[in-house]
Write a protein that binds this ligand. Structure first.
Ligand code: IKT
Length: 341
């Protein structure tokens, strides 16, 4: 039985894969998907096969200047289930009595973008769950600043619910339980993105914003050719250090350690599907009985980024719905909730 009806904002790499994964997650029924040009909605459940086939290589979802500038396809309106609209989010909200949760799968190429999207839901009186897969630490404070309005509206907001922050933040919170004091949390990811490259151009652009000499504004303005140039300069393998990923503030917020004790880095290989390194979370601390140790959590090298972002995002969405149905509203992070399977 499908008792959670959910919508996806964005039919880029994350939105499409979330729809795909949801078919194998019990209890989830995708009823709406939109991008900046259109909306597909069916309260009996979207035909995900048709939607995925129609939007393959045809992305208009990555709202904002970058995609407009670099040429978008028709996006979701290519689907027989969709219609064009200039007000996709409002159209979803108009149907929200029959939507339990909304996954915001839009890129964060403006720091306040997700908070502004959320405001549109509170402004329209949405009562339900919002989930995002945002990355940047500073956005959490912006969401916390809106916690009262989420509570008044009856919104349960689960923020940073992808891989990092998200799944790996939650793993760090569990690994910390052996200790009474945490010294460091190191998250080091490996992603091989050869066949998924086209679908994940938005993610690569966001990652480039973490390289020395770039920020979110400069990354947003890069042309596709300039991005290819950066990838070529690195022979397709780009290493990231000290990324501004919200795992730090989310672990601090959950009382586990100071944000300064958390570091996030990784290696992205866009020329191979094999991970260039095993994704590992290492939590070092002191036990109550005076030992000093490191607990580690590793992802299998065969698991893809798509599996490790979208599985958790939907798991956290399910957990958010349980909280919402129990009358718990406000902002929750991945270290505050246990995702459901
Ligand atoms: C994200 O989307 O959560 C961040 C991306 C890294 C994903 C790590 C996945 C690890 C794995 O599959 O082993 C990246 C920073 N965009």
């Amino acid at each position: 039985m499908h008792d959670i009806r959910f919508a996806v904002l964005g039919t880029g790499g994350i939105g499409r894969r979330a729809l795909d994964v949801s078919r194998e997650k019990p209890g989830l029924l995708p009823v709406a998907a939109c991008d900046r040009n259109g909306i597909a909605i069916d309260h009996d459940g979207l035909d995900v096969d048709e939607l995925l086939a129609a939007t393959e290589g045809n992305v208009a979802s990555d709202g904002g200047a970058a995609v407009k500038q670099h040429g978008a396809g028709a996006g979701v309106v290519a689907s027989a289930q969709a219609r064009s609209t200039e007000t996709p989010i409002e159209d979803i909200i108009a149907e929200s009595d029959a939507i339990d949760a909304v996954l915001i799968a839009l890129p964060n190429l403006e720091h306040d973008f997700i908070p502004r999207v959320a405001e549109r839901f509170t402004g329209a009186g949405y009562e339900g769950v919002l989930v995002d897969v945002l990355k940047r630490s500073r956005v959490i404070g912006m969401l916390d600043g809106r916690a009262d309005s989420f509570e008044e509206s009856g919104i349960t907001f689960v923020c940073g619910a992808g891989a990092t922050p998200g799944f790996l933040t939650g793993a760090a919170a569990l690994a910390a339980q052996s200790f009474v004091e945490i010294e460091s949390v190191e998250i080091h990811w490996g992603v091989g993105l050869k066949s998924g490259y086209e679908d994940n151009r938005g993610t690569v652009r966001e990652d480039i914003a973490h390289l020395p000499g770039y920020d979110i504004e400069t990354a947003r303005e890069l042309t596709d050719e300039e991005i290819e140039g950066i990838v070529d300069e690195h022979d397709g393998v780009i290493e990231f250090e000290e990324m501004e990923h919200a795992d730090d503030v989310l672990l601090e917020r959950a009382g586990i350690c100071d944000a300064d004790d958390v570091s996030v880095g990784g290696i992205l290989d866009v020329r191979s599907d094999e991970k260039p390194t095993t994704t590992t979370v290492s939590v070092t601390g002191r036990t109550f009985d005076g030992e000093h140790a490191t607990n580690t959590f590793e992802l299998g090298d065969e698991t893809s980024m798509a599996a490790n972002v979208n599985g958790p995002a939907l798991g956290y969405l399910k957990a958010g719905v349980q909280r919402n149905r129990a009358g718990e509203y406000g902002v929750f992070g991945p270290a505050d909730l246990m995702p459901e399977f």
